[in-house]
Design a protein around this ligand. Structure first.
Ligand code: ZN
Length: 373
């Protein structure tokens, strides 16, 4: 991983680069900031920059043996330490999951924690950095022969260090073994034990700007319209943006069904509404209830339009466009009954009612309500 491979963060890169160039590398460095901004990539690029035998233009060369080892995730003087769960009948060392972690950072470079948990042996356990891992680090740093000038420990999520582990590491961080550098990467600096936190030199990695985030998402294959829409609500986080994208695909489906219902109900197309009920009932119980929640939200947003309250920012572009015309059909005479109707259908679905009948009944009632003025 070279600095050039990472989007944005020019100021952070400059500071990291200068530490190496001026030979002022702290023994314990902490990169902290919100999740989903590429902090661990910066840490990896930093380690590679430290080890590179042919640095130039403020970046590692990407070609020397050290760089190649780094790219292949097997640099001899770089140790990865991260939260794990105990493997059955075994210890809880990061190395037990070394291959899994390698796949994770390759496939999910912005390192979504939920994604990491889903790859571990017990998805219900809380991953931690256990005391065995502290002892293992101590052992490796003491006995491992060193090829480079610096041994680098890349520690992901120090907020998940068990207290005993932290106590073991404290000695290492305080009185570094030879030239050992700890680079810690945290999504939540306030969650780190103060004894560790206070001994680190800290760099805050800010959230991505909307423009930077849009570029990252586009590079990752998100289509232009979706990316432009999502950056407004993704808080500068790549992981957050993809979660929203997933949800918004569902939302798009619900939107289409809602529009279809309202158009057909207004046109009194009873037969076609029968087909619509069938399609909605085939979504399954949970999605059907989510769909009803979605309908209620759009109806409320449409009603709010009458009050000229600018709340439409919570809507996507296509929803805004629709609501801008649809709001004239939702008024004081029908809004309460409309919401009640959807609520009742939701309760009936939750109570295991026949979804096809419930949705058809709902559709027929919407026919009457939609024309009430
Ligand atoms: Zn190199």
């Amino acid at each position: 991983m070279r600095f050039a491979d990472i989007a944005g963060h020019e100021e952070v890169k400059r500071r990291l680069r200068e530490m190496v160039d001026n030979e002022r590398i702290p023994h314990a460095l902490l990169l902290e900031g919100p999740s989903g901004t590429g902090k661990f990539m910066l840490a990896r690029a930093f380690a590679q920059y430290i080890h590179c035998e042919n640095r130039h233009d403020g970046d590692s060369c990407g070609e020397c043996p050290a760089c190649r080892q780094h790219e292949a995730f097997n640099h001899i003087d770089t140790i990865f330490s991260f939260p794990v769960v105990k493997k059955s009948g075994r210890t809880a060392l990061s190395d037990d999951y070394r291959d899994t972690f390698g796949e994770f950072i390759a496939e999910s470079p912005y390192m979504d924690f939920t994604d990491w948990v889903s790859r571990l042996d017990n998805v219900n356990a809380q991953p931690m950095i256990y005391v065995e891992e502290g002892a293992e680090l101590l052992r490796r740093l003491t006995y491992m022969t060193r090829r480079s000038k610096y041994k680098v420990v890349l520690l992901w999520l120090p907020e998940r260090l068990k207290e005993e582990t932290a106590n073991k590491l404290l000695k290492l961080v305080e009185e570094p073994f030879g030239d050992t550098i700890f680079v810690m990467v945290s999504n939540n600096g306030r969650g780190i034990l103060p004894t560790i936190y206070s001994r680190t030199q800290r760099i805050t990695v800010p959230r991505y700007s909307d423009g930077e985030l849009e570029d990252v998402l586009r590079t990752q294959g998100m289509d232009e319209a979706t990316a432009a829409d999502i950056v407004r609500i993704a808080d500068g986080s790549v992981n957050q943006a993809w979660k929203i994208a997933h949800v918004s695909a569902e939302r798009r489906k619900y939107f289409d069904l809602f529009v279809e219902l309202m158009r057909k109900a207004y046109g009194r197309k009873v037969l076609e509404l029968r087909g619509w009920s069938k399609a909605v009932s085939e979504l399954g119980r949970e999605p059907a209830m989510q769909f009803i929640d979605y309908c209620c939200r759009l109806i409320r947003e449409s009603f709010v339009m009458h009050l000229h309250v600018d709340r439409l920012l919570t809507l996507s572009a296509n929803e805004r466009e629709f609501v801008n015309k649809f709001f004239t059909f939702i008024n004081e005479k029908n809004v309460v009954d409309m919401i009640e109707l959807f609520d009742r259908s939701r309760r009936d679905i939750a109570a295991n009612g026949n979804a096809k009948i419930i949705f058809f009944d709902l559709a027929v009632r919407v026919i009457m309500l939609i024309r009430r003025k």
